[in-house]
Design a protein around this ligand. Structure first.
Ligand SMILES: NC(=O)c1ccc[n+]([C@@H]2O[C@H](COP(=O)([O-])OP(=O)(O)OC[C@H]3O[C@@H](n4cnc5c(N)ncnc54)[C@H](OP(=O)(O)O)[C@@H]3O)[C@@H](O)[C@H]2O)c1
Length: 289
């Protein structure tokens, strides 16, 4: 019998991940808060569940990828939530970016029901999700990762086992802190150069040949130069991740002064944006009114 897979959350990331699971031949049951997105996948062979509980009951491996901690709590513990339907012996894999503390709480709830849990947030963006080239950062038992590896391989190319429950989310938050600061610093440097009368394109050219070179430049610098911010990784989610990193840092007593400042910059742009924008729109902070 092929492994049956459930997937809850068909946003920018979940939708292409589901498409790749279908392409790989896994029997797939999906649930999404906005039903229309699930119905689209039914045309490609997915079964649409009536509730998160129903999606869980149909799955050997259940994946969740929703916006934030309240969304994840709602699909797991809310009315007809997934935990109530989880099969004994199944594995819940959460790829949302949430707090390590919530990951550990879910692990305990799964253990009570005789199921296993992995926190497995991802990096690679929507293009990585579309190409099936996501990178998974995993916390939990190594043996559980081996059991779900064939499923994850339909969506990803690298799998880092980082430690016990919560370790995947810890590294993910550190990764996003880095990306937020990198793109914020890039935008800040471009604003300085532009205001001084030198084309920001020139700065990007020099950066590409220097120690300041980073992969985010390839994707985010053209967006900033064009001033076009169609969301790939929405700024509202990066703002959420900076908040989660600061929350963790506060619990641990680790000062993150640059992250705290960056969160204020992202917060200002979020507050001033009427539409959903990519986090490269942090560059709008330096636009003249
Ligand atoms: N986009 C990226 O490049 C990227 C990369 C790595 C990691 N991530 C992380 O992956 C997760 C999903 O990101 P995304 O870009 O796919 O986000 P998204 O496009 O905003 O999709 C969010 C998903 O969560 C669902 N949702 C939101 N609130 C909910 C609630 N209260 N109850 C039930 N479902 C709810 C949405 O349902 P509706 O369709 O009904 O709104 C949708 O399916 C986030 O944690 C994000 O930080 C994103």
């Amino acid at each position: 019998m092929p492994t049956s897979v459930g997937l809850i959350g068909l946003g920018l990331m979940g939708r292409p991940m589901a498409a790749n699971l279908l392409k790989a031949g896994f029997p797939l049951t999906v649930w999404n808060r906005t039903r229309a997105k699930a119905d689209e996948l039914a045309k490609d062979g997915a079964r649409v569940a009536a509730s998160p509980r129903d999606a869980a009951a149909a799955a050997d491996v259940l994946l969740t990828i929703v916006s934030d901690p309240p969304a994840l709590e709602s699909v797991l513990w809310g009315a007809d939530g997934a935990l109530a339907g989880l099969r004994k012996g199944s594995i819940l894999v959460d790829s949302s970016t949430v707090s390590p503390a919530l990951a550990r709480r879910i692990a305990a709830a799964c253990a009570e029901r005789g199921a296993e849990f992995l926190d497995a947030p991802v990096t690679g963006g929507t293009w990585g999700a579309e190409k099936g080239e996501l990178v998974f950062m995993v916390g939990g038992e190594a043996a559980a990762l081996e059991r779900v590896r064939p499923v994850l391989e339909a969506m990803g190319k690298r799998f880092f086992h980082l430690g016990p429950h919560g370790a995947g989310q810890t590294v993910k938050l550190a990764m996003n802190l880095l990306l937020a600061l990198e793109v914020g610093a890039l935008a800040e440097a471009m604003a300085l150069v532009g205001r001084a009368g030198v084309a920001p394109e020139k700065l990007v050219e020099v950066m590409q040949s220097s120690m300041a070179r980073a992969a985010v430049l390839d994707i985010k610098a053209p967006m900033i130069l064009r001033g076009e911010y169609a969301p790939s990784f929405p700024l509202r989610l990066m703002h959420k991740d900076l908040g989660l990193a600061l929350e963790l840092a506060n619990q641990l007593g680790v000062p993150l002064p640059a992250t705290a400042a960056a969160r204020e910059v992202y917060n200002a742009v979020r507050g001033a944006s009427s539409e959903d924008v990519d986090y490269a729109a942090v560059a709008r902070f330096w636009e003249k009114p």
